[in-house]
Design a protein. Structure first.
Length: 451
């Protein structure tokens, strides 16, 4: 509590000074304002733990200030001061989201206790917000699997860009997991509690894509029987993922650029523009610089989208991640089929490691699911598609793991040992790469020692 800042809003100078002295003696840093206008400037410029405001002030009153503060920070705690005759107004403030109210004249100890309780509540809000973020990051680690150097570079960049509002361009071949990257950016951002919406710009005809993005008004075209907000406005406060942006028609690129520059959109058939606040994450498998040179993509839109660029590596560029991905997909298939997990033979794993995976992680998941369904107790070479089976013969990417069956525990052990070697024995670093708690890694290493 010693580092807590309390904002006091009171237009009567004597009462304002009394409250400042009271709050300061209690160990808080006191900020004071004589009007709602001055208060909101102080609130937005400082980390305010609790706001104490009179409800009756010259100019804008405490209810207006409460609305403004809540619009800036929905979890802010605001205490209303009121006379006995205005208790009904104070109750109205509670309905608007005020933390509590105190009546004048007040007992100093009661007021300080209310402030203390409010700050405790505020700290709980912050802790819960951080916990939700940690849970989202843990969820990201489960979905985005990889300990290779290439994937660690992606994870590092994700951690840096997620907390910002910068537009991100995700590049990568089909099936590499570009939408997972977009979701990880959203989940690790302050926008995580707001919508995450996605649209494939290459899957819709131009007229339908325009309506999807910008919305339309009723009667603007045949079939427009009701108003539609559009994805840019529906994602307000959150993130809009524009998949395969390289396939967007040039005419819509012009409209999208204008919308992003002005932060407003005009629905099809409307005359008035509407404001929106959506973060844009775009993705494509195309080389947009070549598309720009060929005149198929606008250079100004490219630079608007390409503030931060994340390249998702192809699976053939991170073969070391295949054993862990296989383990993940086998476990996922077992849950889906409501059955026991299965071992993976050494020949099968070698073939999986040797294949070039033109369809990337998506193709690997499909192959593992197929093999799981076709196999009995063990996923063997014969359960894999022919093109994958033949890849093990003479491939430069082949990894010899022996001819006998390899259980998923053995795959995990090999993988963890490889990560420990690449981390020079640093268990904390290895746990971070693996996406597990340090205690979990210790338990696994202990189990390996005893077996």
């Amino acid at each position: 509590m010693a580092d807590s800042n309390v904002l006091i809003v009171e237009d009567e100078e004597l009462m304002r000074n009394i409250l400042r002295e009271l709050v300061s003696k209690a160990g808080y840093a006191a900020f004071t304002a004589d009007s709602a206008e001055a208060a909101i400037e102080i609130f937005t410029a400082n980390d305010i733990s609790a706001t104490l405001t009179d409800i009756k002030m010259a100019g804008r009153d405490g209810l207006d200030l409460l609305d403004q503060i809540k619009s800036v920070d929905s979890e802010a705690v605001v205490i209303i001061m009121t006379a006995y005759s205005s208790v009904d107004t104070a109750v109205a403030a509670l309905r608007k989201g005020a933390y509590d109210y105190v009546t004048k004249p007040f007992v100093n100890e009661d007021l300080l206790q209310t402030i203390k309780n409010a700050i405790t509540q505020r700290n709980l809000f912050i802790e819960n917000r951080l916990l939700r973020r940690e849970l989202r990051q843990a969820h990201r680690a489960k979905d985005m699997i990889g300990a290779s150097e290439a994937m660690q570079g992606v994870f590092d960049l994700l951690g840096k860009v997620a907390a910002t509002n910068a537009s991100v361009l995700v590049l990568g071949e089909t099936g590499t997991g570009k939408e997972l990257v977009a979701r990880a950016i959203h989940n690790g951002s302050p926008r995580a509690d707001k919508p995450f919406l996605a649209v494939n710009c290459g899957a819709l005809p131009e007229s339908l894509l325009e309506s999807e993005l910008f919305g339309h008004v009723r009667g603007s075209f045949t079939g427009a029987t009701a108003d539609k907000r559009g994805l840019l406005r529906s994602a307000d406060g959150g993130t809009l993922f524009l998949d395969e942006i390289g396939d967007m028609p040039l005419s819509l690129q012009v409209k999208l650029l204008r919308a992003l520059q002005e932060h407003e959109v005009t629905p099809v058939g409307a005359t008035a523009a509407q404001r929106f606040d959506a973060r844009i994450v775009a993705a494509t498998h195309k080389d947009l610089e070549k598309e720009v040179a060929a005149g198929r993509f606008r250079e100004d839109l490219f630079y608007r989208l390409d503030v931060v660029e994340i390249k998702v590596p192809a699976l053939r560029e991170r073969r070391d991640d295949i054993p862990l991905l296989v383990k993940h997909f086998v476990a996922k298939a077992a849950r889906s089929q409501n059955t026991e997990s299965k071992a993976v033979s050494g020949e099968a794993m070698t073939a999986l490691m040797s294949y070039d995976w033109p369809g990337n992680v998506r193709e690997l998941e499909n192959a593992v699911e197929r093999a799981f369904i076709l196999s009995d107790a063990e996923i063997g070479l014969e359960t894999l598609p022919m093109k994958i089976r033949t890849s093990a013969n003479g491939s430069a990417g082949a990894v010899e793991m022996g001819g006998g069956p390899m259980t998923l525990d053995e795959v995990e052990r090999l993988y963890i040992e490889d990560v420990m070697r690449s981390s020079d024995g640093d268990k904390a670093k290895a746990a971070a790469i693996l996406g597990v708690d340090l205690s979990t890694l210790y338990r696994k290493l202990k189990r390996f020692e005893n077996n």
